[in-house]
Design a protein around this ligand. Sequence first.
Ligand SMILES: Cc1cc2nc3c(=O)[nH]c(=O)nc-3n(C[C@H](O)[C@H](O)[C@H](O)COP(=O)(O)OP(=O)(O)OC[C@H]3O[C@@H](n4cnc5c(N)ncnc54)[C@H](O)[C@@H]3O)c2cc1C
Length: 472
Amino acid sequence: MMTVTQWREQQLTGWGLRNVSRCRVATPEHIEELPDILEQACLAGHTIAPRGAGCSYGDASLNDGQIVLDLSHLNRIREWDPDSGQVTVEPGVTIDQLWRRTIGDGWWPFVVPGTSAVTIGGAASANAHGKNNWQIGCFGDFIESFDLLLPSGQTITCSRWDESDLFHAAIGGLGMLGIFTSLTLQLRRIYSGQLAEVQRAYHSLDALLDGLEEATYWATDIVGWIDTSASGTQLGRGLLKAGRDLFPNEDPHPERTLSVGGQYRRSLARMLPGGLVPRLAKPMTTRAGVWAANRMQWLRGQGRKASARHYQTYVGANFPLDAIPNWRDTYRPGGLIQHQSMVPAETAASAFKEFLARSQKAGIAPSFAVLKKHRPDNFLMSYLVDGYSLALDYPVRRGEEQRLLRLLHELNDVLADHGGRCYFVKDSVVTAEQVRRMYPAEKLAQFHALKRQYDPMGLLSTNLYRRALTME
Ligand SMILES: Cc1cc2nc3c(=O)[nH]c(=O)nc-3n(C[C@H](O)[C@H](O)[C@H](O)COP(=O)(O)OP(=O)(O)OC[C@H]3O[C@@H](n4cnc5c(N)ncnc54)[C@H](O)[C@@H]3O)c2cc1C
């Protein structure tokens, strides 16, 4: 059994490296240790933050001076059925581990976020989305059932039919109602390890959004990149990448592509020594570097070769940044803050133009901007709307942090005014008052009622929860 003294003091960060926290970290090796850890923490008057791979950009799995329960060692795939495509896993299993196990049998997760490093427990707690969100839904839509360890020490099995309220609240519940200890997911059948992709350039945000809608007639995975250096009538111009699964028999060599080896292509970035990429890319985080890198990407996207139809592996299409070793270190020492806003279709163009224009006016253009299309779902704390999202990466530069924080605060006001919602696991700045303007009051009230019911002592807590989700 783990004792209090086995919690080690450790400095943790959010994935963006800007949020730093000294915590007491417990890393259990077996699910059976969890109730005892909860009990000891409760007796010692501590709070506990569940943590998966720590891929949330801000403070979703940080807990200043308190306990962080690192679940990454609970990473066993318990059952895999290659006939039905159902898999049961411990919460610390990563998306990377999962697809490696299932691709040879012709199965891929329905929903994957932009990095394969996330854990299944973390993806469920965030209710992650992928580039196909607009069409098939979110991560939680493909969870069949899960076991949730409650702060009381009791474990409840939840599905759409049993403990339905808790099922719909714990998915997307940011770990504040209980700890996932086992999850059963449905995967999707694929007939090739490749997608057919095309890329097109659009000279304004309106044109890019129109292009995105047109792509929905044939594509499943759609993502836009926006050139943050463009302004005036070209504000929001960008490149749209759209892809679809291959049909049965379309791939002449499915046995090759439906394999772990078949997912990896040789790339220059992969061959470089780990520390080199951040050193080479560092100038791109300066103001001039951000401008130049965006301009270059836009120009590269104009060529005929860039827009030719091509085949891309699932790994290449879904996790492009995973192929660049240590790329986030480029942002050291200040780190980066990501601001991902979900905005209804009717107001999205106006909100996004305002975000881009205000950032440029403040002299803090984002280094990277990504556009996606979404659809709503019926999970209690749903951040997804019938509309679009824009994810903006802001380098935190020395001497500029306070100005950046003021800008992001302003952007959240604009977001609330446009009927939009923040995405908590990407967020570092939203206030509880802004959240109350973004999220429906009755949903927040239901969430807090469940929190009081299942966690009356407030055992589960995080920096994010205390910052953004407390009642007034
Ligand atoms: C490069 C990059 C790209 C990304 N792209 C996307 C994207 O396209 N779409 C998207 O939706 N997200 C995306 N994300 C965000 C990511 O999917 C979420 O932050 C996800 O929650 C991270 O999972 P994790 O295992 O790292 O969990 P952590 O970040 O450690 O924790 C996330 C939340 O889950 C809780 N939690 C973790 N494990 C458990 C558990 N077992 N039981 C209960 N609660 C738990 C934590 O308390 C916390 O609230 C991206 C992140 C990165 C770094």
